[in-house]
Design a protein around this ligand. Sequence first.
Ligand code: FE2
Length: 450
Amino acid sequence: MTDTDQYDPQVADVYIHHLAEVSEKNEVIAREDIVSEFGVLLVAKGVAIGKKTARLLSNHRLSKPVDDFVKLSKPLSNSSLLNEFEETFQSSSDLNSIYDENRASELLRHLFLSRNFPHPLLQKLAVLKEKYPTVYQRSLFGALFGSLIAREMGWSTEGVHDVFVASIFQDLGMLHIPEGVVLKEAGFDKDQWRAMQSHVVVSSIIVESLGFYSDSVHSGIREHHERPDGLGYPKRLTENKLGSTGKIIALSDLIYRIRGRSSESDNSVSIESSMPYLRMNNRPVNQTIHAAIKLIKRGEISRIHAHTNSDIQQLAKIIVSRGDAIYNIYLKNLCLLSLLNNLVLEKTGLAMKNLVELADYTFVTTGFDFENIYEEIGSFTYSELKDIDETQIEYLWIIKRIQQSSVFFIENSVDRTLPISGFIVGRLERIFSLLAKQSMKVFEPSYSID
Ligand SMILES: [Fe+2]
């Protein structure tokens, strides 16, 4: 399936092949005779879904949804799912601190006691867990962290529950798009990108079709990849168009992704690495971000770091070296800003300009432009250095985001009827390419600090 229009829960699409694969570890059995929409018996009750059976069922339209015909020998239940949350948050020290210091256990138990999840969704979640464990883990993180944000903001029990449910099931649609697209990190072609975006709508159709949850859950799922800067997908909604549930889910998702990439700088994964992003985007104060900061700070207090002199020197070296590269990137970004200031911009163009301004603002306000920051670096504590390190990385991610949006921006925001459009496109492409070259070099694991 590559298009949302083609999603049909009764069609044995790529999902049936996932079931066959999962069946090797967690047997998937026909709970009753599997019958086509024309009443033809395809698979008898009790037969395991193996590769051969999956091929037979493939692309048949069944008399009811695929999930109604099958069962897993080791299904996810409400109580086993509760255990999985506890295990996920106890598996690393940063999440463990968040969990303990924010009384997450209390909230989780309340969420699980208040009502049960519908069986078809739990079944799909079990398949997601086996097939795409990373996506599954991200959903669990988002569900609990998002619920903690909602509770921190003083939301009603109902509202917190909606965030929880929407986050857990946000990515079930991934099970109905090509595997190659799910596993791809970047560099999508047009069809792959359309398929990736479609997982959002497919997830919402899966949940909505049950008629079990409220509109706030459905809109939360539909908005989980939108971003307040207007550069998310599928609708490129901006801050004022996003619903409250969607805002929380999108923020939790982003925090998890920032946490994941923190390992690229010093091999440790820490949720605290999202703090520079949160601080930068909390001006003026944004209630959702403010709540997230409070949760992370509470967890941070209980973590004791011990660092040697050699750790400190190594980090200082990386910061100084990266600082030079960042200065060059800043100059290119400034050229980009002056070019954008002279263009009449539409929605995508304005979103791009906001991002370029954010990069500029970050550079200036974080003190990157003061030479003495690098002269005095020898006197900084590890925690002060870590703060600069994370801010530098956040700055580079803003630049990366600018580059990622550049093709779409040039295609859609430059008025081709202007006589000078060729000149403008040429200059934009050159600046974007210089930004790409310089910032990518800094991101490379082999980046030299000598
Ligand atoms: Fe997603």
